[in-house]
Design a protein around this ligand. Structure first.
Ligand SMILES: Nc1ncnc2c1ncn2[C@@H]1O[C@H](COP(=O)(O)OP(=O)(O)OP(=O)(O)O)[C@@H](O)[C@H]1O
Ligand SMILES: [Mg+2]
Length: 463
């Protein structure tokens, strides 16, 4: 018989009806599962103490301790074990109760062999997925360990210290910083150092979507809420239940959504778009802004009350040019990262390159440095990154064109694109909808291009 991974799952059958007990045992043994069976809940708990088990399949009507209490005890002591309940009466109340108590599924007597087999297979699959998921989360958490956050400069140390102090609290956190300074990285580090780390971290870029789309992305909607709402949609806040929602580019939120977000932060309640049912939520909010949010308040673009709600704990990430002393360590860190990804053996950068790095203004901050290293590692054949592997714009002092004004086509197109976007944004006073419409790109594309050209931080309303 072909044995797949799921057939290694250990199964414990608990049923006082000998006929059911033996037929299940036979069916599942023939399927290739290691199976044990007992008559009552007490023996089941005793067996679990000494034997490995992945799935318990138990009758609800057991003598003594019943199936529900067994389920509760198993979930309490061995949360990874999947429990399937069996009953002879099949009432819907029992089904609901069982599921609420944490049963994976509920099957009714008389048992159908195929139904049992499918149910077990699905249960094992779900368990494996859950374990894989946990493993992935553990790896993610590892990635956002402080060891992977570089920064010995005093300003960075202050940020890391604050992160370690507040991560495990429930406080709402506001992270201010220009493009590429590490806001998203810090938000993830906070989540993965909090007690919510096993629950989802859901990120949303407020600036990438139009007001209405963002509203339904955040809060969800019900079918028929607007013409294109063909089905119900669960919003990101609901998806983050128990975990953290990271609202990036909060400074771009419209005043109407600011009101809705404020209510949510105050009461932890909201309604899906088009619905009057109030949903209670348990999520922690981390917000990030590229522009100085206090200034946005001063300019009447951001509600003061919302600002104070968000600003319970705030941190500001420095520009890379203000912590140049971290560059050598960052460079080593990124070389190691991209050596691994590209199977390269680059050992470092030339003195000339380091000198250039230490005098460059880094408008795109740590991300720009990372991209520069990534590109150099891909191009590098030797052990050291020389000046020739730097992008053209890093060759000149602070302007992009070379001395004779000639640039490769790719660079020329890039310069033209940046100019066009910047000019249009200026024309529409920073209004991204109008800019995207005029440039005939969608808003997300505009957002990505603005990010690439380090235009997210520019306040076009001033000019
Ligand atoms: N302290 C740090 N140590 C090491 N790498 C970092 C650090 N901070 C940021 N990075 C790296 O720099 C890159 C940019 O960081 P991140 O995406 O967090 O910036 P951001 O401020 O969120 O940018 P944006 O405003 O564009 O969203 C990421 O690839 C991240 O891994
Ligand atoms: Mg970010």
């Amino acid at each position: 018989m072909a044995r797949n991974k799921s057939k290694n799952a250990h199964i414990l059958i608990v049923d006082d009806d000998p006929l059911v007990k033996y037929s299940l045992e036979e069916l599942l043994s023939l399927e290739g599962y290691p199976v044990k069976s007992v008559y009552d809940a007490e023996s089941a708990l005793a067996t679990l103490q000494s034997t490995p088990c992945d799935v318990v399949i138990a009758d609800i009507n057991l003598p003594g301790v019943n199936g529900f209490d067994l389920l509760t005890a198993v979930k309490d002591k061995y949360p990874d074990i999947v429990v399937i309940l069996i009953t002879g009466y099949g009432t819907i109340e029992d089904a609901v109760k069982g599921i609420k108590l944490g049963a994976y599924e509920y099957i009714t007597k008389p048992l159908n062999d195929d139904e049992v087999k499918i149910s077990i297979e699905r249960a094992v699959e779900q368990k494996n997925l859950r374990l894989e998921n946990l493993e992935l989360k553990r790896k993610l958490a590892e990635k956002f360990q402080f060891e992977n956050l570089i920064g010995s400069h005093n300003e960075m140390q202050k940020v890391f210290h604050l992160v370690s102090v507040v991560a495990d609290s429930e406080a709402t956190i506001l992270i201010n910083g220009a493009s590429g300074t590490g806001k998203s990285t810090i938000a993830r580090a906070i989540h993965y150092h909090s007690r919510r780390k096993e629950k989802p971290l859901v990120e949303i870029s407020c600036g990438a979507l139009s007001e209405n789309l963002l509203e339904s992305e955040l809060f969800g909607h019900v079918r028929g809420a607007f013409t294109t709402a063909l089905t119900d949609k669960v919003g990101k806040i609901e998806k983050a239940e128990g975990g953290t929602v990271f609202l990036d580019e909060i400074d771009t939120l419209s005043l109407r959504l600011q009101v809705k977000l404020l209510r949510f932060l105050q009461d932890k309640k909201f309604e899906r778009v088009g619905s009057t049912d109030t949903i209670h939520s348990n999520v922690r909010v981390i917000a990030a802004a590229n522009r100085d949010l206090a200034r946005c308040v001063g300019e009447g673009e951001f509600r003061e009350d919302l600002f104070y709600r968000l600003n319970v704990v705030s941190m500001r990430l420095p520009l890379l040019k203000d912590h140049l002393s971290d560059i050598p360590t960052l460079v080593d860190h990124f070389i190691a990262k991209y050596n691994k990804i590209n199977s390269k053996k680059v050992r470092g950068i030339s003195n000339e390159v380091m000198k250039r790095f230490l005098s460059w203004p880094w408008p795109g901050n740590i991300r720009e440095l990372e991209n520069t290293i990534e590109r150099a590692i891909i191009l590098c054949d030797g052990e050291h990154v020389g000046f020739d592997l730097l992008p053209d714009y890093l060759h000149a002092n602070d302007k992009i064109e070379t001395s004779d004004g000639l640039v490769p086509l790719e660079v020329a197109l890039d310069i033209a694109e940046k100019k066009a976007i910047s000019k249009t944004l200026q024309h529409f006073k920073g209004n991204r909808n109008k800019t995207a419409e005029f440039l005939e790109v969608n808003r997300t594309t505009l957002y990505q291009k603005m990010k690439r050209h380090a235009l997210l931080d520019v306040n076009y309303k001033e000019t």
